[in-house]
Design a protein around this ligand. Sequence first.
Ligand SMILES: [Fe+2]
Length: 406
Amino acid sequence: MLRRIDVDGLRVGMFVCRLDRSWLETPFFRHRFLIRNRKQLEQLRAACRQVTIDTEQGLDLPPAANITAEELAPAQLLVAATEEQAHSLGRELVTAGGAHREASGVLEQVLDDVRLGRGVDTQRTRQVVKGLTESVVREPSALLCLTQLKTRSRYAAQHSVNVCIFTLVFARHLGLPGEVMHDLGLGALLLDVGKARIPVEILDKPDKLTPAEFALVKRHTLYGRRILEQHGVSDLVLEVVSDHHERIDGSGYPRGLKGKEIGLYARIVGLVDVYDAITSARVYGDPVSTLEAMRLLYQWRYQQFDHRLVEKFIQCLGVYPAGSLVEMDSGEVGVVVRVNARNRTRPVVRLLLDRSKRPLAEAPLVDLTRPMEDGASMTIGKVLDPLAWQDRLGEMWNEETLAANV
Ligand SMILES: [Fe+2]
């Protein structure tokens, strides 16, 4: 007999034949299997809300049992620990906010300098990358939250700073050494510096570019390399700037490199560049949600990117990265403040608006892996576009309030 049950009722020995999530949102690659150990059990509980079991191929539900106070205790401890972690994130957001503003300011200056034919102040640029790297090492969620405070203007600087932040967070996840992280961050921040040599009318053109215009835009990688070669930056930085549009299947530019002909660092930044571009509002397109972006990257993983890096990047950011604005199935709106390492689909969320979309006086912090007081568990219904919600969130959606709220 097929029986749909809450994951809390699962036991080792049960045969699972259907999940309530897409496999992409779980660690499983099959939807039909016998639960053989506690690890699988915990993974299922972490990833799903309900599953269907086949009682002819495995165990059935045992008689109903009451949950004991001892079983509830760890949940309460976890919520307390989460509040403590959230406070430290709030403190880091204040420092990260300063580093973020400085990085945007320095990058705008760099782009202006290049437009006017002046040199690049690499010393100041290195300094801001150092600040961003230190913040990411201390607490990656703080700068990740700030990547979500996007505006429709100043796309170029905003995009480069975000690519730098996502790259640093990814580098930390990959366990790359500090000096590599720093150079990788510098390359990511300066990845499109060559665009300052291309007319703004072409870069901001909402219509399709002509072949000649597209050929010119493609040259930004070469221009960038040439500009930075004069400033004694490392080969790693040059590789990132010149090769971040190369694609694994050879369809990229400027050289049409294939596979491992593209260096690891250019492969990393190329992937992050696309992720931030498709999740941002640009002159020629509306942003896709973080979840949709993950799906697209996964779909393109063999043609365009290093598939192992795509998988690790999804693991790193989670389905709902810190800073994502989300709406619960029950209607509340909140911001993701921390990804649960054990369960990418159930992060910790600070609720900002109630079910009727009115601001909550005391914004509660909810760990979605834990049941609420009434025993039900809250789940994310969809990811919202912060730009579309800016008016309704008002003062709740800026750096200071986020720092106070997370
Ligand atoms: Fe680029």
